[in-house]
Design a protein around this ligand. Structure first.
Ligand code: SF4
Length: 191
């Protein structure tokens, strides 16, 4: 019997699906039940901690499953009135934010004119940032604009916050920035 290319692909696809379903059925499980069982196994013997997705201002509720002090799974919290167990694709990948061998855990510094990044102690980096902010503010603070209007602004500093900054950090950052005269303040959290 001659089989066209399209026909061959259809038969192959059906055979593969049949084999997979047959395998599951052969174990005495229905596919839907097998899926539910796999989901349950994934979080078996874990403790669930309610949390909030850090990525945007929607604030979807999550459940963080922990076993032996390690995060093993993060998913939408069905009890959250905000998202009722759902997460957008970004939120669904929060697990990788925590458990990821590529996660940067040290401060990296590239000196002015330098061509490579060097590790820097966190305290040293914080001290350097504070000194540079103070220096920039002192050197560029504007008391009056060109029309003699009082502005009292640090026009050379811009504050840009990241999505994973929490509410408390954002509150303190705003207080600090406004206190030293910085007006351009942006953050994904829509504060
Ligand atoms: S899951 Fe998506 S929509 Fe919900 S808070 Fe996170 S980023 Fe925002």
């Amino acid at each position: 019997m001659a089989v066209s290319r399209r026909g061959f692909l259809k038969i192959s696809g059906a055979a593969a699906a049949g084999t997979a379903l047959g395998g599951v059925a052969g174990l005495g499980l229905q596919p839907k039940r097998a899926h539910a069982a796999a989901q349950a196994l994934r979080i078996q013997n874990t403790k669930a901690f309610p949390s909030v997705c850090p990525y945007c201002a929607v604030g979807c509720g999550t459940l963080v499953h922990v076993a032996n002090g390690q995060i093993v799974n993060i998913e939408g919290n069905p009890d959250s009135p905000v998202n009722q167990g759902t997460l957008c694709p970004k939120g669904a990948a929060i697990y990788q934010l925590h458990v990821n061998p590529n996660r940067q855990t040290k401060v990296l510094h590239r000196a002015p004119g330098g061509t490579s990044w060097e590790e820097m102690e966190l305290n040293t980096a914080m001290e350097r940032v504070a000194q540079l902010v103070k220096k920039t503010r002192d050197e560029t603070f504007v008391v009056q604009d060109s029309s003699n209007k009082k502005v009292m602004a640090s026009e050379a500093i811009f504050s840009l916050g990241g999505a994973t900054m929490d509410n408390e950090w954002n509150h303190v950052q705003q207080k600090l920035m406004r206190g030293i005269g910085v007006t351009p303040i942006e953050n994904q959290a829509r504060i």
